[in-house]
Design a protein around this ligand. Structure first.
Ligand code: GLN
Length: 194
């Protein structure tokens, strides 16, 4: 399996190393031709406005949209989740609109701008997942067949899946727990074997 990690800006090195620890071929993607032949793509956290602009200037926007519509598995973390959404609270970036979620950027107030918490994520098993939130967005609204995978104690939705698209408001690549990446690879594997 070959998984690309969008490497315009943000926490892409950590995603590449998580994938390599799981023994899959992981490639940084900066230009549209590098999307050829990938079985899956990760859009990392960082600054969604910067990622959006860099994607546009390197002709990645339309190509990623097309591949998502064709069923390429894509995992968006934090800013990556904003990029995949249909709408975000401040419209500072035009999202790809491929996943039926509306998100709110920088959704946690000052004191909780960055925090870490143990999350229950039933699809990953019983053991709680260490979730690192950094100026994170939240999922405000979902439509269609979006499945919420995790919520904070107050009910806020922070991870979801719709078909081959997976998102988390937090950063699984900043912990040693590889279960979220493994879950994404299971989605990719299923798609590859079809
Ligand atoms: N606050 C960033 C944004 O709105 C996301 C932060 C992150 O990816 N850690 O784009």
């Amino acid at each position: 399996m070959r998984i690309g990690v969008l490497a315009s800006q943000g926490a892409f090195i950590e995603h590449l190393s998580a994938l390599r620890r799981l023994k899959v071929e992981a490639l940084p993607v900066r230009l549209a031709p590098q999307l050829n032949g990938l079985d899956g793509l990760i859009i990392p956290g960082g600054e969604s406005t910067a990622i959006g602009k860099l994607m546009l200037s390197s002709d990645l926007t339309e190509e990623i949209k097309r591949l998502a519509q064709k069923g390429l598995p894509i995992f968006g973390t934090c800013a990556g989740m904003i990029v995949l959404s249909t709408r975000n609270s401040d419209q500072a970036i035009a999202p790809l609109g491929v996943m039926d979620i509306v998100v709110k950027r920088n959704a946690f107030g000052r004191q909780r701008e960055s925090f870490e918490t143990e999350l229950s994520i039933p699809v990953l098993g019983e053991k709680p997942f260490p979730a690192v939130f950094i100026r994170a967005p939240l999922i405000e609204k979902t439509n269609g067949d979006v499945e919420i995978l995790a919520r904070l104690a107050d009910g806020t939705a922070v991870a979801a899946r719709q078909g081959e698209l997976l998102v988390s408001a937090f950063h699984p690549e900043l912990t040693d727990d590889l279960r979220f990446h493994q879950y994404f690879l299971d989605i990719v594997r299923r798609q590859v074997s079809l």
